[in-house]
Design a protein around this ligand. Structure first.
Ligand SMILES: *Cc1c(COP(=O)(O)O)cnc(C)c1O
Length: 288
């Protein structure tokens, strides 16, 4: 799994698996060299058969906000082929791109023998429907269907029909355009606010995402965003501490900020207050 780890996937995988290897994310996605090194090691130790799949969120990663470059997509596929490992491609945000060029999915590049593609209506229509999409080799999809039936006796057919009628009646891509424009504006407002409030904090950095719903903000070493959250709450600032995106509840100096819901003026005010939070915590801990 990529690190930081998407929480929902980690909890789902935990029901079956006990051991996870995390692969660091870089600005252009998964560190594929690290992945290859890790797999080489496992192979040398005779453990390669234990690797069930490689899980990735290639577009606007949740929470890290980064997107895997085309070059890395190709490298990842090569590595997966070398060791004959399936790739689980999770792409809830791919349609929420507000700038830059659309990149082909791993599924499109490598096909169903190598990649299982997951999608959802949650980020493009409504999360309340609880309808997901799986695209892949027939035998894998059949097994997933059985497992899902065993787990919850199938997603509500009413919800499935609502989603199906929606797709029949409306052009989903057209319907998404105003929303994407809205998110782009809000993202720009948050990035500008971060530049204004955090540029002078040495070691603070953030990812400017080309789509999705989140900005990943990392503070200098020593900050513990879980502990800092107490001060944030007092100032009515909410973020998701980076610790929530670790496998072992490890300390983190990062946090996930969401720009999709609050109106622009609240984003500006929020980032200003977040700066106050960071300053208060940083001074108390002798970090700044
Ligand atoms: C939101 C999200 C999903 C899917 O969420 P559901 O509501 O369960 O469909 C999957 N992967 C990632 C990375 C997400 O952020």
């Amino acid at each position: 799994m990529e690190f930081p780890v998407y929480l929902g996937a980690a909890s789902a995988f935990r029901m079956t698996f006990t051991k996870f290897e995390t692969i660091p994310l870089e600005e252009d996605g998964m560190d594929v060299n690290y992945l290859e090194k890790k797999l080489d090691e496992l192979n040398k130790n005779g453990l390669i058969n234990r690797v069930k799949f490689i899980y990735t969120v290639p577009n606007f990663h949740n929470p890290a906000g980064v997107t895997m470059s085309l070059e890395k997509r190709k490298r990842l596929i090569e590595i997966a082929e070398k060791y004959d490992i399936l790739i689980l491609e999770d792409d809830p945000y791919g349609m929420l791109r507000f700038e830059g060029e659309h990149l082909p999915s791993l599924y499109k590049l490598a096909g169903p023998d190598r990649v299982v593609l997951l999608n959802t209506f949650s980020k493009i229509l409504t999360p309340g429907l609880r309808i997901g999409i799986i695209v892949g080799r027939a035998d894998i999809v059949r097994k997933a269907t059985l497992a899902k039936q065993a787990a919850d006796l199938c997603s509500p057919s009413l919800n499935q029909r609502i989603a199906a009628r929606y797709l029949e009646r409306y052009d989903l891509f057209e319907q998404l355009k105003p929303g994407i424009e809205l998110y782009r504006k809000k993202k720009d407002v948050m990035i500008k606010a971060l530049e204004e409030n955090f540029a002078d904090i040495k070691g603070a950095k953030w990812v400017n995402p080309q789509g999705g719903l989140f900005i990943w903000l990392t503070l200098p070493e020593g900050f513990d965003t879980m502990e800092m959250f107490e001060i944030a709450k007092e100032k009515k600032i909410y973020y998701i501490p980076g610790e929530a995106f670790t496998i072992d509840d490890g300390k983190s100096s990062s946090m996930r900020l969401s720009f999709c819901l609050p109106p622009e003026e609240k984003i500006v005010e929020g980032v200003k207050r977040l700066r106050e939070v960071v300053e208060e915590y940083g001074k108390k801990k002798g970090l700044i």
